[in-house]
Design a protein around this ligand. Structure first.
Ligand code: AGP
Length: 610
């Protein structure tokens, strides 16, 4: 997620802004920039790359002044570049804007502004805001900002300065975090608390629809419609390190809890009038789809498990044969690939060497390449013909969580979009899926409530005393069992196996004896009866079973020793919810065993070697 810092006061702004941005580097970014009012006009300095690159540029483009805004960009619209870096401005450079979030209607606004003669220099949605400020200028910065904000749809945190009123710094928040730091003779804005802790611990936390007008000696809070707000500041007691995790003990726990937002952001702007619309991102036509003989999902680790869900979803919805492969195996099985193959690479980082190598081989053999990745401008994204970005924001913990559920959302969107094009499903069925997709963020959030988390934590602390643990499931539950097992192994170092529940009796059942822990997933109505029989098989041999189910499988509650219930949803989407208790289970098992949650031994966040 982008980093925003703003300052107004008696000190030189440049060093304060750079220091604040450095405290936000953990959020991940690919470019940075500053805009500072120097007493006459606004000076800009922007650079692709790291803050160090920006600092180097600043040595030759000094920015004096004590009113300014700064930004570290995590690209969503437009590749990482100097031009796309924030702050953005209007043609006369009378305004400077930094933005965190997504302006869903930026394309239509941009068209209208171009028709009025505005000239754009970047690919970003943010530049539209700067042009709107110039276009709507009415002599007052506050009322102009209020008018512009009324036209924006989407999620945004904004920092705005203007040469017209250089005694003000304006901030607006809608669905992207923004805090106001209250100092003595100086005030600040930031997208996260670490950026301001060095200067003040007194902050206002803005709510959605809030606006703040900062001068050196005063902070005025109001709603975007101008209604004044009276609010007390809060005193931050965290230290900087803890503040980077938003108060969570670990990045992994923070990212597990970010999943409702990540799911919402990945859906944002891709469902219009009750239908999935990827036409802005994909150039695959109905004719192209009809031409595909096969689809290959290729990925590693957790992304591979998302690909397994993809196989199920695409074959069910689109009726095109789908193969799913571990990337490191793909090239060596001499896969049948040609121009009638759609190759789908799934990769959070977009830099995994195995996945990139498989992608290049498929491309060499003529396949159409589609990437599902969390990083705009990543190697996988650049090599692909088509890209679907998961808008999960930077994922810092080595164990992937919010990226995985966002990958599932991307796969569901792709399947429904293709099914719409090929008309392989009834309008009613498609509408049912789309409506339920939109319910998933809230349903995911319900699994993160304290009473739910405490329940999972208690099971994890108990079951993590074992040296080996089994996950079983059928169909989609089997793919989720694989992901749950990987989560547990990679951070708690407990040996674990995930098995297709129907496969146990063909060998692995021999390992089941008194007190062996088994986590059984049963969220698929059509498979519930058979899964319960498999659970009875392991119970009969003494296993201790923790069931994970929704209303699909009431029988499981009579068979399992303990039960975790997930909200009712369509079978197709159950993986998005069922995985959350498994992520939490792995997290608390790791804590119980005292290992490093965010940086497990032997592993890296992005495996850039084959
Ligand atoms: C997931 O928890 C692991 N850290 C790992 O399996 C990861 O999913 C895999 O390395 C693929 O990474 P990518 O999604 O960045 O390509």
């Amino acid at each position: 997620m982008c980093g925003i810092v703003g300052y107004i006061g008696s000190q030189e702004a440049q060093s304060i802004l750079l220091d604040g941005l450095s405290k936000l580097e953990y959020r991940g970014y690919d470019s940075a920039g500053l805009a500072i009012y120097n007493g006459e006009n606004i000076g800009f300095c922007k650079s692709q790359g790291r803050l160090a690159d920006l600092k180097q540029k600043l040595e030759t483009c000094l920015l004096p002044g004590n009113l300014g805004i700064g930004h570290t960009r995590w690209a969503t619209h437009g590749k990482p570049s100097d031009e796309n870096a924030h702050p953005h401005t209007d043609e006369q450079k009378m305004f400077a804007v930094v933005h965190n979030g997504i302006i869903e209607n930026y394309a239509e606004l941009k068209e209208e502004l171009i028709a009025k003669g505005h000239v754009f220099t970047s690919e970003t949605d943010t530049e539209v805001i700067a042009k709107l400020l110039s276009d709507h200028w009415d002599g007052s910065l506050v009322s102009t900002v209020q008018k512009v904000v009324q036209e924006l749809r989407g999620a945004y945190a904004l920092g705005i300065i203007s040469e017209y009123e250089p005694d003000k710094l304006v901030a607006v928040r809608l669905a992207s975090p923004l805090v106001i730091g209250v100092g003595k003779g100086e005030n600040m804005i930031a997208s996260d608390i670490p950026a301001i802790l060095k200067y003040t611990r007194d902050v206002y936390l803005l709510d959605d629809g809030d606006m703040a007008v900062l001068t050196p000696d005063h902070v005025q809070l109001m709603r975007v419609d101008g209604t004044p707000i009276e609010r007390e500041t809060i005193q931050i007691t965290w230290d900087v390190k803890q503040a980077e995790k938003d108060g969570y003990d670990h990045f992994m726990l923070k990212e597990i809890n970010e999943q409702p937002r990540a799911i919402r952001d990945t859906l944002a702007g891709r469902i219009k009038k009750g239908r999935v619309d990827l036409s802005n991102e994909l150039s695959i036509s109905k004719e192209d789809l009809k031409n595909f003989e096969r689809i290959h999902f290729v990925a590693c680790g957790t992304a591979y498990h998302a690909g397994m869900i993809g196989k199920y979803v695409l074959e069910k919805l689109v009726r095109i044969p789908v193969e799913v492969d571990v990337a490191s195996e793909y090239r060596y099985r001499e896969p049948i690939v040609n121009e009638r193959t759609l190759f789908v690479a799934i990769s959070q980082s977009g830099e995994t060497a195995d996945t990139l190598a498989a992608l290049k081989e498929a491309k060499r053999q003529g396949a159409r390449i589609l990437a599902i990745t969390n990083v705009v401008g990543s190697s996988v994204a650049r090599e692909a013909d088509e890209v679907i970005i998961t808008w999960a924001g930077p994922e810092i913990a080595v164990a992937s969580t919010k990226a995985y559920t966002s990958q599932l959302i991307a796969v569901y969107l792709l399947g429904i979009y293709f099914a719409q094009m090929l008309e392989t499903q009834s309008e009613q069925q498609l509408q049912t899926w789309v409506e339920e997709l939109l319910q998933l963020p809230d349903k995911a959030a319900s699994l993160l409530q304290p009473e739910q988390v405490e329940k999972v934590e208690s099971y994890a602390r108990e079951m993590s005393k074992h040296s080996s643990l089994f996950f079983i499931g059928r169909g989609l539950d089997y793919a989720v069992a694989l992901e749950g097992s990987l989560k547990l192994k990679e951070i708690s170092y407990i040996h674990s196996e995930a098995y297709a529940a129907g496969e146990l009796k063909h060998g692995t059942l021999a390992l089941i004896e008194e007190d062996v822990p088994v986590i059984a997933l049963s969220t698929q109505k059509v498979l519930a009866e058979k899964t319960v029989s498999n659970v009875q098989e392991v119970k009969a041999r003494g296993a201790y079973v923790l069931g994970v189910t929704n209303e699909a499988d009431a029988e499981l509650s009579k068979t399992a020793d303990e039960l975790i219930s997930i909200p009712a949803t369509l079978d197709l989407f159950a993986p998005v919810l069922a995985v959350i208790p498994l992520q939490l289970f792995a997290y608390y098992a790791c804590l119980q065993r005292g290992f490093d949650v965010d940086k497990p031994r032997n592993l890296a966040k992005s495996v850039t070697v084959e």
